[in-house]
Design a protein around this ligand. Structure first.
Ligand SMILES: *[C@@H]1O[C@H](CO)[C@@H](O)[C@H](O)[C@H]1NC(C)=O
Ligand SMILES: *[C@@H]1O[C@H](CO)[C@@H](O)[C@H](O)[C@H]1NC(C)=O
Ligand SMILES: *[C@@H]1O[C@H](CO)[C@@H](O)[C@H](O)[C@H]1NC(C)=O
Ligand SMILES: *[C@@H]1O[C@H](CO)[C@@H](O)[C@H](O)[C@H]1NC(C)=O
Ligand SMILES: *[C@@H]1O[C@H](CO)[C@@H](O)[C@H](O)[C@H]1NC(C)=O
Ligand SMILES: *[C@@H]1O[C@H](CO)[C@@H](O)[C@H](O)[C@H]1NC(C)=O
Ligand SMILES: *[C@@H]1O[C@H](CO)[C@@H](O)[C@H](O)[C@H]1NC(C)=O
Ligand SMILES: *[C@@H]1O[C@H](CO)[C@@H](O)[C@H](O)[C@H]1NC(C)=O
Ligand SMILES: *[C@@H]1O[C@H](CO)[C@@H](O)[C@H](O)[C@H]1NC(C)=O
Ligand SMILES: [Cu+2]
Length: 589
């Protein structure tokens, strides 16, 4: 199968005069049946009866209009990942943060002035709909690109599951999965299909835009026989950097330049190796290393396959072409990410012991309707985990990863600077942050990986009034509550942000209040607000709690045995417990 994403002849574009256009996409979101990985036919979420959903393709200064028709039997919403949405937070997309979700059968128009260029993606932001396929590249061209190239291809990497997201999520968050083992994908796809081919012509220079649209998997990317040079990271053009391979975590993007060979005597493999470290279990049948092909001549043989070394790579060393010095922060926050069994006995994610739970009123609507209380974090509800920022302040967030897994953290509405990295956990009360890197022109991006038991310090200026989610982009972890809400410049929000009144009609249709505090009430009366589970009391942590909980479950189910903690086996144990429970119930009936 040839690349369905057509190559772009940029020569034609480069000569035209800047002409901002309104570019309209009609997205009729429906279920589609497809066998994307050739292994299993399943129901997925597609657009206009097609799967994969079409890539969106616009130019800097255009206005992107997406007319959504929700033909699903569940609500939906769309997030344009990486776009600043200046003055436009109402179209950022996350359900219950900046909008009520779009009810089944309803329409919603996203109108997005394009103020950036580079490689982005668009995905569902209601529940985990993107895991079921609602995701597509969003490419923004620049009439005056920093680097010259002849053609371009988009390479969107994604993990692929055979079960529907909602089924897996229920299992993942159930009390029978106390160690929080994530669902492991059945396969991985390039451009949501198998065996994607990219035609190369000798002598030409190609820009490859690599997007990781995964729910979980982290890939290492390399191409046999070709040198690659990174030129863009998350929409920020960077000084050329030659690499042999690089890792790309969920939600990150890179553009690389690749110069085609001078002859067509061989074809070459593109490798996207899934990092097995991300998975609790690697099933025998899971193909970790997926490939595409660079085709010079259909008749030529494949060049011998090269295994990459997965060389160390530090994205903090990428130098933005448009420099931006950092500034001393006016506000500093420290967030510690962790997973534990909370007092609802399910394994949840927390930042500073708070697991994110959606408020009853979308937080943006709370900010716009609570007057001078909008600067008081209490109105947003404790479990929305609000962090209120003053307009134009420089803000630093130190993210401590106190979990054995790696997590890619994404901030909506901004790119941030990576200003520091360090080992272990940083506690602001212990003195100044020790891990600052060169802050002359720090690397900027919108999604950063924080490895296990390490910390990363990021900075940005609070110059984009709005409500922005900050969260782990592993979809399972977001659903487990690994999110906070940035309330940026609430004092001026009502004067700079307006919400299209038709959006409130969707709230009404779904019975969601759209003014007042997190409980939909006046003032600070939060009675009836959504509450989350809290940490279990006492000193039990990690595996201790897991063992304890199994004991409790076993006791509750009347099983006389103590079941020991075993991360690899707990799904199996859980299913044994469930089966035992069913058998017991059947006996008593
Ligand atoms: C985009 O718009 C900005 C502001 O109106 C203008 O300065 C810039 O030249 C435009 N760029 C292009 C490529 O049209
Ligand atoms: C949307 O797609 C569904 C399913 O293919 C179809 O029945 C419906 O007519 C479409 N709606 C519009 C407005 O195109
Ligand atoms: C993207 O849009 C440009 C014009 O804006 C067009 O020339 C090009 O063919 C489009 N590419 C794709 C893949 O649709
Ligand atoms: C949604 O948009 C489609 C296409 O424009 C239109 O046919 C349909 O009536 C609209 N539905 C609603 C509920 O407005
Ligand atoms: C294009 O960008 C380069 C720098 O990247 C700049 O020197 C040049 O003036 C720009 N040209 C136009 C027409 O904007
Ligand atoms: C995509 O991101 C996930 C999660 O971080 C990661 O496991 C996977 O290796 C990434 N894929 C690529 C090609 O880097
Ligand atoms: C996947 O690729 C990596 C890196 O090239 C290699 O070390 C590993 O052995 C490969 N795994 C399989 C199953 O081929
Ligand atoms: C907040 O607003 C209320 C009503 O608009 C007003 O009565 C009150 O004085 C204000 N409080 C402060 C501290 O400005
Ligand atoms: C910091 O980085 C800039 C370029 O980004 C470089 O010019 C400067 O030499 C670096 N400073 C140090 C102390 O490494
Ligand atoms: Cu995570």
């Amino acid at each position: 199968m040839l690349a369905s994403i057509k190559s772009l002849a940029l020569v034609a574009l480069a000569s035209t005069v800047a002409q901002a256009a309104v570019v309209t996409y009609d997205w009729n979101i429906t279920y589609v049946n497809t066998n994307a990985d050739g292994l299993f036919e399943r129901r997925v979420i597609g657009v206009n009866g097609q799967f994969p959903p079409p890539a969106i393709n616009v130019t800097l200064n255009d206005t992107l209009v997406i007319n959504v028709i929700n033909n699903l039997d569940q609500p939906t919403s769309l997030h344009s990942h990486g776009l600043f949405q200046t003055g436009n937070a109402q179209f950022d997309g996350p359900s219950m943060v900046t909008q009520c979700p779009i009810p089944p059968g309803a329409n919603f128009t996203y109108t997005i002035p394009i103020e950036q260029h580079g490689t982005y993606w668009i995905h569902g932001h209601f529940g985990g709909q993107y895991v079921d396929g609602l995701r597509a590249p969003l490419i923004i061209h620049n009439l005056n690109e920093t680097y010259k190239y002849d053609e371009e291809y988009t390479i969107a990497l994604a993990d692929w599951y055979h079960q529907e997201h909602s089924v897996m999520l229920e299992q993942y968050l159930s009390i029978f999965n106390p160690s929080g083992a994530e669902p492991v994908p059945e396969s991985a796809l390039i451009n949501q299909m198998l065996d994607q081919k990219f035609n190369f012509v000798p002598g030409k220079t190609y820009r490859l835009r690599i997007i990781n649209m995964s729910a979980l998997a982290m890939f290492h990317f390399h191409i046999d026989g070709h040198e690659i040079e990174i030129i863009e990271v998350d929409g920020i053009d960077v000084e050329r950097q030659k690499v042999s391979s690089f890792p790309i975590t969920a939600a990150q993007r890179y553009s690389v330049l690749v110069t085609a060979k001078a002859d067509t005597s061989m074809n070459y493999i593109i490798h996207a190796d899934m990092d097995p470290a991300m998975f609790d279990v690697v099933p025998d049948e899971l193909v970790l290393n997926i490939t595409g092909t660079i085709v010079y001549n259909e008749a030529s043989p494949l060049a011998p396959e090269e295994l990459s070394q997965w060389e160390p790579f530090n994205d903090a060393e990428l130098v933005p072409v448009v420099p931006l010095a950092t500034q001393a922060p006016d506000q500093v926050f420290a967030l510690t990410a962790a997973f534990s069994v909370l007092n609802d006995y399910s394994n949840k994610a927390t930042f500073n012991d708070i697991t994110y739970v959606m408020p009853k009123v979308p937080s943006l609507y709370t900010a716009l309707s609570t007057g001078n209380l909008s600067s008081n974090p209490e109105v947003y509800g404790k479990y929305a985990h609000p962090m209120v920022l003053k307009h134009n302040d420089w803000v630093e967030i130190v993210i401590n990863n106190d979990d054995p897994g790696n997590h890619p953290f994404h901030l909506h509405g901004h790119v941030f600077q990576i200003v520091g990295r360090g080992e272990g956990k940083y506690d602001p009360s212990s003195g100044p942050y020790p891990g600052y890197l060169n802050t002359t022109n720090p690397s900027r991006r919108d999604t950063v990986l924080v490895p296990s038991e390490e910390n990363v310090a990021i900075r940005f200026q609070a110059n984009n009034p709005g409500v922005w989610l900050f969260h782990c982009h592993i979809e399972w972890h977001l659903q487990a509550g690994l999110a906070t809400t940035i309330i940026e410049a609430p004092e001026i929000m009502p004067s700079v942000l307006k919400v299209d009144p038709t959006h409130y009609e969707h709230c009404k249709a779904l019975g969601i209040p759209f003014s007042g505090n997190a409980a939909g009430k006046e003032g600070l009366d939060l009675a009836g607000a959504n509450l989350g589970p809290d940490p279990l009391p006492g000193t039990f942590t990690g595996k201790g709690i897991v063992a304890l909980v199994f004991t409790i479950i076993a006791a509750l189910l009347g099983l006389g045995t103590v079941i020991w903690y075993a991360r690899e086996d707990d799904a199996q144990i859980a299913s044994q417990i469930a089966q035992a429970k069913i058998a017991q119930e059947e006996e008593t009936h």
